[in-house]
Design a protein around this ligand. Structure first.
Ligand code: AP5
Ligand code: MG
Length: 189
């Protein structure tokens, strides 16, 4: 199973992906987690990425592609992936498709999580207190939400055009959202 999660900051991508990974036995790959690991390790990629991530801006397309494609192809060889946070622009989706399609690695299903901005701010404020992510300040959270609406949300039309997008209402409790996700994915097992 090869699944993409497209959703705004704080919508619950990481939360739901962990449950999907446990149920279906396929790897959760978070582009944000990969970037934070590079930054923490002080690699060349991490040094370039840090200023973008800290400001809530998208890192350059070639940089994100360079760190995501290896784990994705490895996951495909082991039954599939839940890809959280990539692609994030139409240009990234088009570039990924060119690489993935000939390898049988392109997405089968795209889940988007719909949550209004007020609830996103509430969820991320709660997480900021617990986790202390550098990009979870009030100003940067608001900017990340703007970036989502301007450059990531148009991806949903792109995947509607390919007929693989399912919209999930993600305003309920985590368990309610999980039930809606499993209802879409269980038949694909
Ligand atoms: P990334 O790490 O992907 O961050 P994000 O998209 O901003 O999303 P979050 O991780 O903040 O939220 P989430 O949806 O995972 O929610 P969570 O489950 O934690 O990206 C970070 C940065 O990396 C980007 O800004 C960019 O700079 C860079 N980047 C990444 N990918 C890139 C790409 N492709 N191209 C370029 N740059 C890229 O939930 C949030 C909180 O809410 C948690 O506390 C959780 O417990 C709680 N919660 C979850 N579900 C519910 C619920 N149903 N009800 C109540 N609370 C809930
Ligand atoms: Mg996340």
């Amino acid at each position: 199973m090869r699944v993409l999660l497209v959703a705004p900051p704080g919508a619950g991508k990481g939360t739901q992906a962990a449950r999907m990974e446990a149920r279906y036995g396929i790897r959760h790959i978070s582009s944000g987690d990969l970037l934070r690991a590079e930054i923490a390790a002080g690699t060349d990629v991490g040094r370039v990425a840090k200023s973008f991530v800290d400001a809530g801006d998208l890192v350059p397309d070639d940089l994100i592609m360079s760190i995501v494609s290896g784990p994705v192809l490895e996951a495909v060889a082991n039954g599939g992936y839940i890809l959280d946070g990539y692609p994030r622009t139409v240009a990234q989706a088009e570039a990924a498709y060119v690489v993935a399609e000939p390898r049988g690695a392109d997405a089968q299903v795209v889940l988007s999580f719909a949550v209004d901005d007020t609830e996103l701010l509430r969820r991320m404020a709660a997480r900021a207190a617990a986790e202390g992510r550098a990009d979870d300040t009030d100003e940067v959270i608001r900017h990340r939400i703007e970036v989502y609406h301007s450059v990531t949300e148009p991806l949903l039309d792109h995947y509607d055009g390919r007929g693989i997008h399912h919209r999930i209402d993600a305003t309920g409790t985590p368990d309610e959202v999980t039930a809606a996700v499993f209802a879409v994915l269980d038949p694909l097992r």
